[in-house]
Ligand binder design. Structure first.
Ligand code: 13P
Ligand code: SF4
Length: 301
C-alpha cells in the first residue's frame, strides 16, 4: 500500500466511525477533491449541508464556508481541518461600519456575499454567492443596495441590474492579481482558447472574457462548449476539477493561488476526524440572525 492509499483508507474508516461526510470546494487540492463525498461551489455546498444525514461535516474550504455550514446546521458538528484557513476578502468588512451605514440610510438593503464573517451576515438583509448574486439583488424590494465586501463582484452585478449599487471597497487578492496583460499573453499563445473568468476578477479582465461566472457556472459552460481550449481566470486548483470533468479539453491557468484553500491536506483531514477538531462554533445570537439572511438567499433559487 502506498502512503496515499493508507491515508485514504484511514480517512474512510474514520468517516464511518464518526458518521461524517467530507465536503470540498473546487479550489481544494486535487487529492482533497478526490476523497470528498461532494465537491462544489459555495452555493452547492451551502445547499448540500442542509440536506445531510451525517452527524459530522468536515468542511474542506475556508473559514467563512465552514461558518456558513455551522449556521445552517446548528445541531451538527462542523470541522475545519485547519483553523487558519482564512479568506482575505471576508476579513475586509466589519459589522460596525456596515451598521453605521445602515443606521444612516434606512432605504439601503445590505447584500452580503457569503465570503464574509458570520457577524457581517447577521447585520445583512440577505446573502448571495457568485452564482446567484444577480438574482438575489433583483429579488429585493429595495432600489438602493450596499454590496459587501467584494467590489468586483458588486461591479459585475451592477452591470446586470437596474438597482442603485453601492460598492464596499473589498477585493480578493487571488482574483485582483489576475491582470489583463497576463490574459492577453495567454490568448496570443493559444488563439483558439476561450477566456472564462470568475466575477471576482477586475472589470477590465471580465470585459476581455468570453464568459464570466461562478465556478459551477464555468464548469457548466466548459462542459457544454464545443471549444477544446480554455484560459481560466480563477484560482489554479479549479483546473484540476475542469480537467477531471473534461479529459478531452485543454486548460491554461493564470497561476493565482488562494493560501487559505491550499492549506488543507489529507493529513489534516485525518487529524480533524481523529481529534474532532477544529469545531466551528458561531455564537447563538449571531448564528440566528445570519441564518435569516442565508435562508432568504436559499429561497431565491
Ligand atoms: P464560488 O462561489 O464560485 O464557489 O467562489 C467562491 C470563492 O471563494 C471565489 O473566490
Ligand atoms: Fe477568499 Fe479569494 Fe480565497 Fe475565494 S479565492 S476564498 S475570495 S481569498
Amino acid at each position: 500500500m502506498t502512503i496515499l492509499q493508507k491515508l485514504t483508507a484511514s480517512i474512510q474508516q474514520l468517516k464511518k466511525e464518526r458518521n461524517a461526510i467530507i465536503l470540498a470546494h473546487v479550489y481544494q487540492h486535487g487529492e482533497v477533491q478526490d476523497i470528498a463525498d461532494y465537491v462544489g461551489d459555495s452555493l452547492d455546498l451551502s445547499r448540500r449541508v442542509v440536506n445531510t444525514k451525517a452527524d459530522v461535516i468536515v468542511f474542506c474550504g475556508v473559514q467563512f464556508m465552514a461558518e456558513t455550514a455551522a449556521i445552517l446546521n446548528p445541531y451538527k458538528t462542523i470541522l475545519l481541518p485547519d483553523k487558519n484557513a482564512g479568506c482575505g476578502l471576508a476579513d475586509m468588512a466589519a459589522r460596525e461600519q456596515i451598521l453605521n451605514l445602515k443606521n444612516k440610510n434606512h432605504g439601503l438593503a445590505i447584500v452580503s456575499y457569503v465570503n464574509s464573517s458570520a457577524e457581517v451576515k447577521a447585520v445583512s438583509d440577505i446573502c448571495c454567492t457568485s452564482a446567484n448574486a444577480v438574482d438575489v439583488v433583483n429579488s429585493l424590494n429595495y432600489n438602493s443596495v450596499l454590496f459587501v465586501p467584494d467590489r468586483n463582484l458588486g461591479a459585475y452585478v451592477a452591470e446586470r441590474t437596474n438597482k442603485d449599487i453601492h460598492l464596499w471597497d473589498g477585493y480578493c487578492y487571488v482574483h485582483e492579481n489576475i491582470k489583463s496583460n497576463k490574459i492577453q499573453q495567454l490568448k496570443e499563445k493559444h488563439s483558439e482558447a476561450e477566456i472564462i473568468v470568475h466575477p471576482e476578477c477586475t472589470t477590465p479582465v471580465r470585459h476581455m472574457a468570453d464568459f464570466t461566472g461562478s465556478t459551477s457556472q464555468m464548469s457548466e459552460y466548459v462542459k457544454k462548449s464545443f471549444k477544446k481550449e480554455f484560459i481560466v481566470g480563477t484560482e489554479e486548483s479549479f483546473i484540476y476539477r475542469l480537467k477531471s470533468d473534461n479529459p478531452d479539453k485543454q486548460f491554461y491557468g493564470v497561476n493565482s493561488f488562494c493560501e487559505g484553500m491550499n492549506t488543507i491536506t489529507l493529513e489534516k483531514i485525518k487529524q480533524a476526524l481523529e481529534r474532532m477538531e477544529y469545531k466551528i462554533d458561531v455564537p447563538e445570537e449571531t448564528s440566528e440572525k445570519a441564518a435569516i439572511a442565508l435562508d432568504r438567499m436559499l429561497a431565491v433559487l
